[in-house]
Design a binder for this molecule. Structure first.
Ligand code: ADP
Length: 560
């Protein structure tokens, strides 16, 4: 160990030991040459210890006048040796009351109390016990700043117990004081942060609450004073206590870096329950210290409840609507069939009446002429309208029926080979494509999960539309491609047809909505059905299109 590394205690002990040896040697024979050499060695060693110490060392004679100091002490008080040699040690400490600037940067008030304490230390400890340890006081630097120090002072005695001198070891504790002040400041900052936090903060040590902030008081309705010292479990209702304990045990066994967040009901002072979200953590490497950050989630819970209720209502309404759909489309068909049958009979009967009237010679030509507009125009035209409307209504009802059945049909979800599925579909359109010059290109397609029949229906509708809505003035080109994107299979059915104006792109999925009903055959149901199928598959259908340039219908389906 280097001398500079030794503690004050060690240094004092060593000094005393050396002094004892010295006295023994002196007593055992001053004239002995060997002893003299040893004495010189010991003195050198003693000087070395004093000089190399990082702490200031002051050696006084039996009256307290300085006889020796080391460089560390001179540095501490800012004087040269000549300036302190022979002075009384007390002259270098503070002798007057007042406000002093300290080397820590603070201003320190030295008052009566300081001197009273100093006196007590000197009289009680030094005079009675012969030593003072770890005494915190101040030295006065030459530049008038005060230096905070920690001192150990020991009296030296001769063989018959008389005081022969004193040794003081003085440590400059400026840096230590500064560190303590910084720590205090940061602790204050931390306290005000906790106080200002918009979440309840509760700190517990060894299952006792040691700190709570304003928000925690607000959440639980207790005051700080009422909570401190209590077990945190008073904030947990009985029914949640087991789970709460389990969570805490988990944190304690998982260790300080693990945090846990969970929702739990809390109990307020008035016994009312409050939904909370609590995050726990072990902190500051202190065993059994837990910090709980608590949020009042009443509003969130209410909103969730409201949302759930709305969703349930919506589901009920949807089911009701589907039921109405089904009943309407199913039950309206039988009267429609009657109307259709009787209309045809009416048509037939009318034709009979018509031919009898024309053929009969007995009927007055004037009556015949009067009846002509009704027989030749009005009645046949009305019958034609009735029959056309019946057939339109028939197709609308069967469309509705298909749609409502779709919602009820059970799904058989499996992995689908989309290359095969799309190839089968395009084969069924082969006849339509042949001889038209239309190019139909199918890229390699990724597989997906779905009900084969329903997914077939989606792609059949899309390919059918791509062919139906081509531009007659140019050669048609249709491409089907696909790729995997973010865990989904995404398929593109692209055509260079008439396209869809942006303002209509949302409407095309509406039931029976057709943009140009007279131009092509159709019911306006294909895309409604496709969307409904994809909804049930947790998939999506959307379009990118430019009027006159073509459309890309995009389908996304899950893959796992
Ligand atoms: P339908 O084809 O029987 O009319 P859909 O529901 O399949 O019914 O389509 C709705 C409407 O969307 C169509 O009437 C048409 O106006 C438009 N549409 C669908 N596909 C395309 C397409 N590939 N190109 C241009 N318009 C399209």
């Amino acid at each position: 160990m280097k001398d500079a590394d030794k503690t004050k205690e060690q240094l004092i002990n060593e000094l005393l030991e050396l002094r004892k040896n010295n006295a023994e040697l002196e007593g055992s024979g001053r004239n002995n040459k060997q002893s003299e050499e040893e004495l010189i060695k010991i003195k050198d060693h003693l000087d070395n210890i004093i000089e190399s110490s990082l702490d200031g060392i002051v050696v006084g004679d039996n009256t307290g006048n300085i006889v020796k100091v080391n460089d560390s002490f001179l540095k501490l008080i800012g004087y040269r040796f000549e300036e302190v040699n022979g002075k009384h040690v007390m002259e270098l400490s503070i002798t007057e009351k007042g406000t002093y600037e300290s080397t820590t940067g603070e201003t320190v008030k030295i008052d009566e109390e300081y001197f009273n304490y100093a006196k007590k230390v000197v009289y009680k400890k030094l005079f009675e016990e012969g030593k003072v340890t770890n005494w915190e006081a101040y030295y006065l630097h030459k530049d008038k700043k005060i230096v905070p120090v920690e001192m150990n002072i020991t009296y030296l005695y001769n063989e018959i117990g008389e005081i022969t001198g004193s040794v003081g070891i003085i440590r400059d504790i400026t840096e230590r004081k500064k560190a303590v002040a910084t720590l205090k400041k940061s602790e204050e900052k931390y306290h005000s942060l906790i106080e200002l936090a918009n979440a309840g903060i509760i700190v517990a040590e060894n299952n006792k609450i040691t700190q709570v902030n304003r928000k925690a008081e607000e959440i639980y309705g207790y005051s700080k004073e009422e909570l401190i010292g209590q077990s945190p479990s008073i904030l947990t209702p009985d029914k949640c206590k087991d789970r709460h304990r389990e969570s805490l045990n988990e944190i304690l066994t998982l260790g300080e870096t693990n945090k846990m967040i969970f929702e739990e009901e809390g109990i307020r002072k008035d016994g009312s329950l409050i939904p909370t979200e609590i995050s726990f953590s072990l902190e500051w490497e202190k065993e059994n210290m837990i910090i709980a950050v608590v949020r009042d989630i009443t509003e969130r819970k209410n909103a969730e409840e409201e949302r759930k209720q709305l969703l349930d209502e919506l589901k009920d309404k949807n089911q009701e609507l589907e039921q109405v759909f089904y009943v309407a489309s199913h039950d309206l068909r039988s009267p429609l069939v009657n109307i259709q049958g009787f209309s045809r009979e009416l048509e037939k009967a009318f034709k009979d009446v018509q031919s009898i009237l024309y053929r009969s010679e007995k009927i007055d030509p004037i009556i015949k002429e009067t009846l002509t507009p009704a027989l030749e125009e009005d009645i046949p035209e009305a019958l034609q309208y009735i029959l056309a409307s019946i057939s339109k209504m028939d197709s609308l009802l069967s469309g509705l029926l298909r749609l409502s059945r779709l919602g009820r049909a059970a799904l058989t979800i499996k992995n689908l080979d989309m290359n095969k599925l799309v190839l089968d579909i395009t084969k069924s359109f082969e006849y339509q494509v042949k001889g038209t010059g239309i190019t139909l290109k199918i890229d390699e397609l990724p597989s997906c999960l779905g009900d084969e029949t329903q997914i077939n229906q989606v792609f059949s509708n899309l390919v059918d539309n791509a062919l139906k809505y081509l531009n007659p003035s140019q050669t048609g080109a249709i491409t089907i491609s696909g790729r995997r994107e973010n865990g989904h299979a995404v398929y593109y059915v692209e055509d260079n047809g008439i396209g869809i104006a942006p303002e209509h792109q949302d409407k095309i999925y509406e039931i029976f909505h057709r943009l140009n009903p007279s131009a092509t055959e159709g019911e306006g149901l294909g895309l409604t059905i496709a969307r409904k199928i994809l909804d049930r598959h947790a998939g999506r259908l959307w379009v990118k299109s430019q009027l006159g340039k073509g459309s890309i219908f995009i389908v996304s389906l899950p893959t796992n």
